[in-house]
Design a protein. Sequence first.
Length: 314
Amino acid sequence: MNYTNHQDIRIGTLVSAGQDSPNYIKQILPHGFESFSLTFWQTTEGVDWQRLADEVAQVLDGTGAVISSLGVFGNPLENEELDLKTLKGFEDAIENAHLFNTDIVAGFTGRIRGKAIHESIPRFKEIWQPLADRAADKNVRIAFENCDMGGTWSDGDWNIAHNPTAWEMMFDAVKNDNMGLEWEPCHQMVSLMDPMPQLREWTSKIFHVHGKDATIHWDVVRKYGVHSSGHDDIALEGKAFKVPPFAYHRTPGFGDSDWTAIISDLRMAGFTGSIDIEGWHDPVYSNELEMTGQVKSLNYLKECRGGTYIPNPA
């Protein structure tokens, strides 16, 4: 375990993967990011894996920064053309993770569309058992993000891994030790769950952490509940109606979570890996303020990690 500069837990960010991602990493690397999660949306089709890995390695050479994970986000449990491309993307990411010196491939579990979570478990086992075995042969771990993507227990489109009961079902169906979670507090908070007891219970299954937070307006919950429109203004027959959202996704440092406590609990449980900031969600630090917010979050999380590493006296 490398405690120098606290590298046992790195602080980084997500990067939209593709052949231009090395150039993006090169531009933001001087801000002090220590890791990068390369994420693909639904398909990795057309990616030259060796070229991408070589170009990323050239950018990272001598910096100490790493690629923490590869992410493929889509629905590999269904059979439409794009779903099959997502499944192929997972297979390709598992095969090529070693080129990036990472052992984590992350994403959504997928879901049988329009069905309850428990009705997707047989299909989950059918798809993910061979993928987990294949990943284990490659010394790769699979981490499922806990985002509901607008789904509930009874209905949804993308992902079943957003509820602790679902996690129990998933890991009972596929018992491989290399199957785990890509966890973040945000998604639990917007479902009005307390993320901290959950974090302590499930740390052994957390392989990767997304740095995303939330702000919950409890006054809105008490007044409007959680099934409001999610919009500030609604026009109807020439009249304006206000039904404010009860929660916002935030960049860490701007939301309600105690990241010092999160990192402390991760460390006490022996977690080593990366917390990669998932940007592009904060309603304030967005657009031209996106990188301002991300760098502020980067430095905030480094402070929550303990600040500058100080070696003990000999």
